[in-house]
Design a binder for this molecule. Structure first.
Ligand code: TXA
Ligand code: MG
Length: 315
């Protein structure tokens, strides 16, 4: 059921039920993080492997403090600048966080979402919400209540509708060690945003921490999505194929088209990406085409999601 009743959402969560929650990045599948049965049902409903840990969501940075320890001062600075917002922090966990949240790791990821409905919901609760994106594992993340209902339907108690997510790609996940920030997942807060605080940023080499969201195939449409240098060239060479094309700016191409932005606005492209991938997936066409995007600002997160959603051209 989709609705806007925050008190109902709170009471369902207190009973150990699953409630989809709106955030500015994507919708989350929320459960009481202190209730191991509720957590187990997140994994079951999403068909998510239990080795893939969950992010904890809090009403404020202060509310998260009992759950983490040894917080570097640089992380505190980042949090005071970007929380609430689309950034998540990998930190040492305290005993309040169970191993099934972290898949056995001594570290937990925490975040304060920037969405008025979910912030209000969190103030009704005396526990944090564990919430992965509210989709079946390896499918496109939901940016509206209807997307959640399309994917999870009757499997969950309630979808709390907070409108369309305004960022549209998941949060940036970072850690801090050896005097630098490591970006474990690109997202709503960009590398440039973090560097603007004078911090050194490195990209994860994936050797120190394994985040399954960084597995190659993720966020996939059900029909093939190809990342190409030029849509026009692809269409010229493959005239027999029925294609849907996602465009970054106004241009003429000879197939079914969707404009992610009229003028290559990266924030707008990020915001429209997942919803448009879903629409193109429902077209009566054979495949989806999109060109490589400029890798700057939030374009880095878009490029990352497209690399994971696409399949190699010669496959
Ligand atoms: O924007 C977001 O972050 C959304 C909204 C709902 O908050 N959530 C989200 O959750 O994207 P999920 O579960 O779809 O992606 C979280 C990623 C996964 O790749 C997971 O492996 C990683 O974070 N992660 C979570 N806890 C971790 C931990 N303790 N250590 C390493 N990676 C972790
Ligand atoms: Mg996800």
């Amino acid at each position: 059921m989709i609705g806007t009743d925050v008190a109902l959402a709170a009471s369902l969560l207190k009973e150990g039920k699953l409630v989809a929650i709106p955030t500015e990045t994507v919708y989350g599948l929320g459960a009481n993080a202190l209730d191991s049965k509720a957590i187990a049902s997140i994994y079951a409903v999403k068909n998510r492997p239990t080795f893939n840990p969950l992010i904890l969501h809090f009403a404020s940075w202060e509310a998260a403090q009992p759950y983490v320890k040894a917080v570097p001062k640089e992380i505190t600075r980042l949090a005071s600048k970007f929380c609430p917002g689309s950034i998540s922090f990998l930190l040492q966990k305290t005993d309040l966080v169970s191993d099934i949240i972290t898949a056995g790791s001594s570290h937990v990821v925490i975040r304060v979402p920037d969405h008025p409905v979910t912030l209000k919901l969190l103030t009704f609760l005396d526990f944090p919400l564990a919430a992965p994106s509210a989709n079946i594992s390896n499918t496109v993340s939901p940016t509206s209540a209807q997307h959640v209902a399309d994917g999870l339907g009757e499997r969950i108690a309630y979808v709390l509708d907070g409108g369309e997510s305004k960022i549209g790609v998941e949060s940036t996940i970072i850690s801090f060690q050896d005097n630098h920030v490591t970006i474990l997942r690109e997202g709503g807060v960009s590398q440039e945003d973090i560097q603007s605080l004078g911090l050194i940023v490195k990209k994860s080499n994936n050797k120190t921490i394994q985040t399954p969201g960084q597995l190659k195939k993720h966020y996939a449409t059900s029909k093939p999505l190809y990342l190409v240098d030029s849509i026009t060239e692809y269409l010229d060479k493959n005239s027999g194929k029925r294609c849907s094309a996602l465009l970054f700016e106004n241009s003429k191409v000879n197939c079914t088209t969707y404009l992610l932005s009229a003028n290559y606005d990266l924030a707008e492209i990020a915001n429209n990406l997942f919803a448009t991938m879903r629409r193109a997936d429902a077209d009566d066409t054979d495949l989806i085409l999109i060109e490589h995007i400029k890798e700057e600002g939030i374009g880095r997160a878009v490029a990352d999601r497209l690399r994971r959603a696409s399949i190699p051209l010669n496959a």
